[in-house]
Design a protein around this ligand. Structure first.
Ligand SMILES: [Zn+2]
Ligand SMILES: [Zn+2]
Length: 360
């Protein structure tokens, strides 16, 4: 769930959580799904081979056996699964032409057949090494011990090779839609579909938070300043990822920056992407905020110090915290992702004046 700040006119109105009309074609210009291929664009035979490649539905599997040993015969902690019995699954029974097709697609890099050389011209970047080309038996055996198995690209190469062998000259594309997976009522419908261009919301002086997990929709009212938008998001417990609700300063940093990833993990510590942006935008200067609370005469302050500015003389979280304590202000330190520190607390109106003079 990513967030993005939009600058829109103050009187801009569009329902929250409804994708902006300019981001989507109108219902009547939307393409129709090709039903014969279920929108996949592939032929019946291709999809049949795709289903049986993995055989996820376990057609004809008599039983499974957890092999439980690694190729050297030691006890294994993870599957290799090994199917005993009958199944339509053929991912472990590839023929040599199918294995060749996968390797020619520059896959199965574990065998080191091609060396990727980005400094070469575009069509000479994969250079054949002198490593031996693997046999189908070797690949089939090794894949039993590969927890990931063949991915979609390998599968596609194998299916096309199998079709070329079993049904020479037959296309793997759906004959109804030619592989597009969609179709149109008539030429005018297609023309309207092709002519469509995304239209951004109008630009203006206001500030509004949008979610960009879908094509994009507003999640806040339009407000006249970054501070008011940050306050609204904070007061309404707006989330930046799952149930994570960033701090006021976190939102403000993100609004000034314009965008925030959903979630950031630094050294294994997951934090809201908004707080992380606030910290990184604070590189040159901490983000210091002061705002009224619902309790009269109680004003909340917060300062976010990025890891990189913590040693500078001018801005230093230790000095900041010390100053707050010296002036009778309680404060609490929180550690954010990336080594940033947030120092926050509450002050009364007199203290707030002193705070403003010193820090804002
Ligand atoms: Zn189709
Ligand atoms: Zn940024």
């Amino acid at each position: 769930m990513s967030r993005e700040v939009y600058r829109v006119p103050l009187d801009f109105r569009w329902p929250h959580r409804k994708v902006w009309k300019g981001f989507r074609r109108s219902e009547e210009n939307e393409a129709l799904r090709c039903d014969p291929c279920e929108g996949m664009g592939s032929s019946d035979r291709y999809r049949e081979l795709e289903r049986s490649f993995y055989d996820n539905e376990n057609h004809g599997v008599t039983w499974w056996y957890d092999y439980g040993v690694d190729p050297q015969g030691n006890p294994a902690e993870n599957p290799p699964w090994r199917v005993i019995g009958t199944t339509t699954r053929w991912m472990y029974d590839l023929t040599q032409d199918e294995v060749d097709a996968i390797i020619q697609s520059k896959r199965l890099s574990r065998y080191g057949i091609y060396q990727f050389t980005p400094s070469n011209p575009p069509d000479e970047q994969y250079v054949r090494t002198d490593r031996p080309w693997p046999t189908a038996a070797q690949v089939n055996h090794d894949m039993l011990y590969d927890t990931m198995g063949h991915d979609g690209v390998n599968t596609h190469a194998a299916i096309k090779a199998r079709m070329a062998r079993l049904y020479p000259g037959e296309s793997h594309l759906c004959p109804h839609c030619g592989g597009e997976g969609i179709h149109f009522r008539d030429d005018a419908h297609r023309a309207a579909y092709d002519a469509w261009e995304m239209e951004a919301p109008p630009e203006g002086e206001g500030w509004q938070m949008w979610e960009t997990t879908t094509e994009g929709s507003p999640i806040s009212p339009v407000l006249p300043t970054p501070e008011k938008l940050a306050a609204w998001l904070y007061d309404n417990d707006a989330t930046s990822f799952g149930s994570q609700t960033p701090t006021y300063a976190g939102w403000l940093g993100m609004i000034r920056c314009g965008h925030a990833p959903s979630m950031v993990a630094v050294d294994g510590v997951v934090s809201s992407g908004v707080d992380h942006v606030a910290a990184s935008e604070a590189r040159l200067k901490p983000i210091i905020t002061l705002r009224p609370t619902k309790v009269p005469d109680v004003i909340a302050y917060e300062a976010i110090f990025d890891a990189l500015v913590q040693d500078t003389e001018q801005y230093n979280p230790k000095d900041f915290a010390e100053w707050c304590r010296d002036n009778g202000m309680a404060c609490k330190a929180d550690f954010l992702a990336g080594g940033a520190v947030s120092i926050s607390g509450e002050v009364n109106a007199t203290q707030a004046t002193a705070f403003k003079l010193r820090w804002l």
